[in-house]
Design a protein around this ligand. Structure first.
Ligand code: IMP
Ligand code: MG
Length: 369
């Protein structure tokens, strides 16, 4: 992974792959051009590296020159293409091949065609190393395409993000999500998980995803996933993991700009933990830690009985029920503790003390991640 300015990028196309693609393009073009002496025109700035490597591979005599256009601002292509250096030589009756680093919307290409409208070239062909078919909005033919890529921002090998990255010999793609801190929060009933989640959410600007809340929200709003989940719940069956994961996926996508997530109530099984890892991986991210609030059983029982006096929750009133809930919690989480501990991601935090003290202890763990 690399960072340019404020953004993170992941490796996407290696120098070796680029070299192979160039080799292929050179061969195709050399075959079509035959014995003519072509003029290769690189579009600056992006194509300087490509043009250099390309012509070094070109097996026969050729000419090389450049046009300089500018359109991009940050991560976005703009309609307004500036012509900084145009054609500086007579191209009448010449075979001209444009070398582009990347074709995105096609705005730049439109400007290239405008530049050539009054030139009496023998032929004008377009070659591009990268092409984003989903972003391309023009009809101009692309004669030679190196690699078709999804509509995601890339840097390296001539391509920049606000000036940086052009010198990289390989290509990187912007991460789906930027740098995140993702926590799985655990705690037995009465440990103060909800209270702490609220504080952590504020302090670190995290999004708190409680699967219970997400389910209720989706069912209440009768989303497709909510309706599906309800059909299981009403039959008294467990909601299949995939349905839950799909809901979490939607939540994560909705909050792709967040600093991270606090997962609460999920995962509960090994399979779910694996599914969550897979989900985060697909978002170019990961679970950084499982944090469990540790509170002695007797303290929990006392706290819950105390809460039961005012909360009106039936399950907080009966000591046997409380002890059973605590037992279920430990039975469930023991497996997960092992799962995360195996990745050095398990952190137990003493959950006895003042709210502030406990927040401090949790923060100490998070700050070290
Ligand atoms: P178009 O005019 O939208 O086709 O975009 C062409 C120009 O935008 C390229 O020559 C690049 O300078 C720039 N560009 C398009 N996509 C990217 C990208 O993913 N990374 C960096 N620059 C890009
Ligand atoms: Mg360019």
């Amino acid at each position: 992974m690399i960072k340019l300015h404020d953004k993170y990028f992941k490796p996407f196309v290696s120098a070796k792959e680029i070299d192979n693609v160039l080799e292929r393009l050179v061969n195709e073009i050399a075959k079509d051009v035959g014995d003519e002496i072509p003029v290769f025109i690189g579009i600056l700035n992006g194509s300087f590296m490509l043009t250099s490597d390309f012509v070094k591979k070109y097996p026969k005599p050729c000419e090389v020159t450049f046009i300089k256009l500018a359109s991009y601002e940050g991560l976005k292509s703009t309609e307004d293409i500036q012509r900084l250096i145009g054609i500086t030589q007579d191209l009448t009756d010449r075979t001209v091949i444009i070398l582009e680093d990347i074709i995105d919307t096609g705005n730049t290409l439109k400007e290239v065609h405008r530049i050539f409208k009054n030139e009496k070239v023998k032929s004008l062909k377009i070659a591009t190393l990268f092409y984003k078919p989903e972003a391309y909005k023009k009809d101009f033919k692309l004669h030679y395409v190196g690699i078709e890529i999804p509509d995601k921002f890339i840097v390296g090998y001539g391509l920049d993000y606000d000036g940086l990255g052009r010198n990289l010999p390989e290509v990187y793609q912007i991460k789906e999500t930027q740098h995140m801190t993702n926590l799985v929060l655990f705690g037995p009933p009465g440990a103060g998980k909800g209270t702490q989640a609220e504080f952590l959410k504020e302090k670190y600007n995290l999004v708190h995803i409680s699967t219970g809340d997400v389910f209720r929200f989706n069912m209440k709003n009768e989303t497709a996933l909510g309706t599906l989940a309800k059909s299981y719940i009403e039959k008294g069956q467990l909601v299949p993991d995939q349905v839950t994961i799909d809901m979490l996926n939607a939540e994560v996508e909705k909050n792709a700009q967040a600093n991270g997530f606090i997962f609460d109530g999920f995962p509960r099984t090994n399979a779910q933990a694996q599914a969550l890892d897979k989900l985060m991986d697909s978002k170019d991210s990961q679970i950084n830690a499982m944090i469990a609030l540790e509170v002695d059983d007797e303290v929990l029982v006392k706290r819950l009985l105390e809460r039961g006096k005012t909360s009106g929750r039936k399950d907080d009133a009966d000591e046997t029920v409380i002890r059973n809930r605590i037992k279920v919690y430990y039975d469930e989480t023991a497996i997960l503790k092992d799962y995360f501990a195996a990745q050095d991601k398990y952190f137990g935090v003493d959950g006895v003390g003042s709210i502030e003290d406990i927040t401090e202890r949790l923060s100490a763990v998070i700050n070290k991640l």
